[in-house]
Design a protein around this ligand. Structure first.
Ligand SMILES: [Zn+2]
Length: 115
């Protein structure tokens, strides 16, 4: 399979445009380009019911309900431009020094990569 490139990076703010959480906005916690998935903060939350279990030290690990974000498809989110504050598409621009910048198609400003 050819490697797909994402226009999204960890730390980007995205708007969810389809699915159960449509309309929600959050930061990308993790990107999984090989599978076309991103984990977005507070989006697609799941609860996992953990049962109490014996641990290696002979004690008991407490059970409980753990909430976590399940990855969602990149096609369900759009990058939110920090300049115009709207969901946007991006194009790539190759700079003279060889770095690739992402340019907002709405306002033509470069979108910074967090971290
Ligand atoms: Zn913009």
């Amino acid at each position: 399979m050819t490697q797909r490139k994402l226009n999204l990076r960890t730390g980007d703010t995205v708007r969810v445009i389809a699915g159960n959480d449509a309309g929600a906005q959050g930061r990308i916690l993790r990107a999984i380009p090989a599978r076309g998935l991103v984990v977005v903060q507070e989006v697609n939350m799941r609860k996992h019911h953990k049962r109490p279990a014996a641990n290696a030290r002979g004690g008991i690990t407490e059970g409980g309900i753990v909430t976590y974000e399940e990855p969602i498809r990149v096609s369900n989110v759009m990058l939110v431009c920090p300049h115009c504050d709207e969901p946007t598409r991006v194009r790539r621009r190759h700079d003279a020094d060889g770095t690739i910048e992402r340019i907002c198609k709405r306002c033509d400003n470069p979108i910074p990569t967090a971290g």
